[in-house]
Write a new protein. Structure first.
Length: 291
């Protein structure tokens, strides 16, 4: 199945909408900064537009994940500040040899927004050998092989914390890691952003098809590696796979309109009652700066 969509125009829903405080907001709390980083400017408790550097309230927990081959990985778990999570997301970042890491912008924005807007817990981590502001994971890049043990360690962390309904979200290289190693219980399904199908094999695709586990591919119209029509042909091997084309987007999802389109497609599957996400927030919010 496939669709081709255009990024949505500005909308405001009942979650965080004007005049409505999200149930997870404590107005006396300004929220915490991402792990290993200092907080940016804190706004007043007013209604504000959610923009590229908006950081909404969440409980942000620095993590050390230990793999079955003994490596220690740097990570962070962002949780709803007050509410019980309705679902969980494990993020797998783009190619670390080309700058991919747990702070790659779409994944970081998911962690900044989804705990507050959708009551979704978001776990990000650096795969082996990868470095971000939070620190460097042990080990060395392994072309999607050893990274499977990294993903399993993250899934184990979600299980150990009894977090509900785990989903996997990969971007570029991260999609190959998920296709090769993420077709396991208790994973509900996966959403793949810009899948290049560089490391995944036909056998990996057949395994997903046999499992029946949900799989959605969110593919930029102008992707550098696999455009929507080609993705539709390649993923036809997975009977339950959906391919969603995003008009005007490119592989790196540059631009807030494209980021919103990608995150909305994720939320539609992981937490459908929170979809579509609001573009405004009534409550405390930080503006993050990397400068």
């Amino acid at each position: 199945m496939w669709w081709f969509t255009r990024p949505m125009a500005l909308v405001v829903s009942s979650r965080g909408a004007i005049g409505t405080l999200h149930a997870g907001v404590r107005v006396t709390t300004a929220g915490r900064a991402p792990c290993g980083q200092r907080a940016g400017h804190v706004t007043d408790v007013t209604t504000s537009n959610i923009v590229a550097n908006s950081v909404l309230p969440a409980l942000r927990i620095p993590l050390t994940l230990t793999t079955s081959d003994g490596l220690r990985l740097v990570g962070e778990l962002a949780m709803p500040e007050s509410n019980t999570p309705l679902a969980s997301i494990i993020c797998v970042h783009p190619l670390p040899t080309h700058g991919g890491m747990m702070d790659s912008h779409v994944l970081r924005k998911m962690a900044w927004r989804l705990p507050a807007l959708a009551d979704v817990a978001v776990l990000r981590f650096n795969t082996r050998g990868t470095q971000s502001a939070a620190g460097q994971s042990e080990g060395e890049f392994d072309s999607g092989r050893g990274e499977g043990l990294d993903l399993l360690a993250a899934i184990g962390e979600i299980e150990a914390r009894s977090l509900p309904a785990p989903w996997l979200v990969g971007w570029s290289f991260g999609t190959d890691v998920i296709l090769r190693h993420g077709n396991v219980d208790p994973v509900r399904g996966a959403i793949l952003l810009s899948p290049p199908l560089r490391f995944a094999t036909d056998a990996d695709l057949a395994g997903w098809s046999d499992s029946g586990r949900a799989l959605t591919c969110v593919v930029p119209e102008l992707d550098d590696y696999l455009k929507p029509a080609a993705a539709r042909a390649r993923f036809a091997a997975i009977s339950q796979a959906q391919v969603i084309g995003i008009a005007g987007a490119k592989h790196l999802w540059v631009g807030e309109t494209n980021v919103r389109a990608a995150i909305d497609e994720i939320v539609k599957r992981v937490a459908p009652l929170a979809w579509p996400l609001p573009h405004q927030w009534a409550g405390p919010m930080e503006r993050w700066s990397d400068l």
